[in-house]
Ligand binder design. Sequence first.
Ligand code: 0JX
Ligand code: SF4
Length: 333
Amino acid sequence: MTDKPKLTIRLCGPRGFCAGVDRAIQIVVLALKKYGAPVYVRHEIVHNRYVVEGLQARGAIFVEELDEIPMEHRDQPVVFSAHGVPKSVPEDADAKNLFYLDATCPLVSKVHKQAMRHQRLGRHVILIGHSGHPEVIGTMGQLPEGTVSLIETVEDAEKYQPEDAENLGFVTQTTLSVDDTAGIIAKLQERFPQLTAPAAESICYATTNRQEAVKEAAPGCDLFLIVGAPNSSNSKRLVEVAERSGSRHSLLVQRAEEIDWDNLGDLSVLGISAGASAPEIIVDEIIDAFSQRFDVTIDLAITTVETENFLVNRQIRDVELTAQDMAFVNGDH
Ligand code: 0JX
Ligand code: SF4
């Protein structure tokens, strides 16, 4: 007999690392093995402190701009983060004679290509996304200034005044709310019936699947915890989805130690998921913390199984990872 209160945890699947995150972390680990420390990384490789600190411990140095790389280290590699970079960044790296490995997710690169395609075909590009996010900066930076307009909300879509309403094409950030984005696109299409969609959906499979699983699990939850960082767009969208889909409350949490146990309210059903940049080891840590205080039953809420896998850059495919490296790359260690 246990005197702990009963708690059902609805554990969503898919959750946590996506193929693009897995690949990006692998690129830094492989570069460290092949070229030795330090390896510079422009921007957080993915938006997660645990991952960043783990890589720092292995010899990675994080910078926001290439100028921060000291002269004496300019023969060491620099990795561009999973979120993508404006065209000016590889150009600047070439000008500085830096050796770079691009860890931009292939699905972000695909959006870049779609944006460039619109432009090549004479369309003004509308990018739906969040101002200031590195992916938005990267996608806008594929195109000459003045050829792309950022739309963040339905209100922006209502107010937008294009120069030529007959020649418009859109793309989106990969990590947006599927439902909010559909609303923005519907408004734009209503106003500009000639608006051309990208050849393939911009919101990626991982974003879509994680939102779908949270949607399914949320009704009847007293609380939904999303493991992720405050600067992680896809994780923040999961918090919104949980609340809109019927969880009484929803919170973003980076580590178990952040949980405010005295203010969780009455709990009998707890939903848990994790953003695409959140390692599974932190999900485990949080479940363990609940198990110490509650008599926990885990209900898996699996909506699909993902099999995507993206190859790393050619230059580092010859390097082998140990079991311990693999555990880190997969977020299990
Ligand atoms: O803030 P985002 O969701 O774009 O990035 P995060 O949290 O690092 O997730 C992984 C990278 C996603 C790129 O599309
Ligand atoms: Fe790629 Fe999507 Fe993962 Fe971003 S969230 S890294 S676009 S798979």
